[in-house]
Design a protein around this ligand. Sequence first.
Ligand SMILES: [Fe+2]
Length: 394
Amino acid sequence: MLKDYFEFQNPVKICAGYKALDNIGVELAELGGKRAMIISDKGVEGAGLLKTVLKAFDETEITVAAVFTDVPSDSSYDTVRETAEIYRAKNCDSLVAVGGGSVIDTAKGANILASLGTDDLAQYAGAGTIKRTLNPFIVVPTTSGTGSEATLVAVIADKKKNQKSLFLSKYLMPNTAIIDPRMTLSLPPIITAATAMDALTHSIEAFTCLGKNPLSDAYATSSIKLIAPNILRVIKNPNDKEGRYNLAVASTMAGVAFSNSMVGLVHTLGHSVGAVCHVHHGIAMNVFLPIVLEYNLPKVSNYVGELLLPLAGADAYSSTAINDRPVKTIDFIRNLKDELYSAVGLPRTLGETGKVSKDKFAEIAKTAIGDASITYNPVEMDYSDALALLEKAF
Ligand SMILES: [Fe+2]
């Protein structure tokens, strides 16, 4: 179908490669940073990754003026405010996020407060509410999944409302993303699997949602082609530098894709089970992905069928009749889920997560109806549809 109009934007400078991190001081100085605040979490610190980052700043003109490692796994308004307070108290002028989605999104939120001189984060929720450039901001991802290093999105939990707030602005895009596979080598296999399924979902939803466009399609399909063969390869051999590098680059590409097309119902449901039952985001993506693709088939079976090529390769694609490709795509994803379950125990259903009980379905469904990402799904969902999907996912 001919699109009336689309926009595509990726202003993030991407520095990728083994030891890419060694140039971080030069990159931050180029942005005008002199006093950096590093934002991270205890897991990253415990894995020794912060040492690598701090060492990279040695003998550069940058002063690391503050290091904050108390970001929880679910970023919240309170953590963002705390981070911004330290930033101000230590006279920082730039931010370096070292971590996964929660750390990066906390840094995005803190950059809003620090740059705009406010403590009221809620007024910047939604789209287009930030009106000017924020302070210099570099991201060093330590997982290969969120893609947040290349997106205009931040998801931050508003714990008072038991909801995840979405922040959308081109000014939230980091200036630079440094993709160094040394930062993901120690990622535990189950987290590797969960975050890779998040990246895969970003690309699949980018390719099938209403905001898709030819440029986001190019990033989405290229990243799927890299993710599909590398998930199990890396899980079987966690020290595989090339496999880690492929997943890391693919995850950033998936971020570029969905930042320019948005996501859909897998994320709607994932945000909701995350907010209500604290299911890990990547695990929720793994649970819902094939179920939502089936739900969306009436509107986008052709797009789902096309995904068989980057997922399964040219031979499987060409030997499958056109009409069979959509179902084969979904079968491929179900088989991948089974293999990940066998390899690392990645939960395939809501029941297997051990965190969701059916008496929570009403609250999850209600939360899902209010989630912004539902707008871009090709098939609409009402409250009773949400309940049926949750039942199927259990
Ligand atoms: Fe995601």
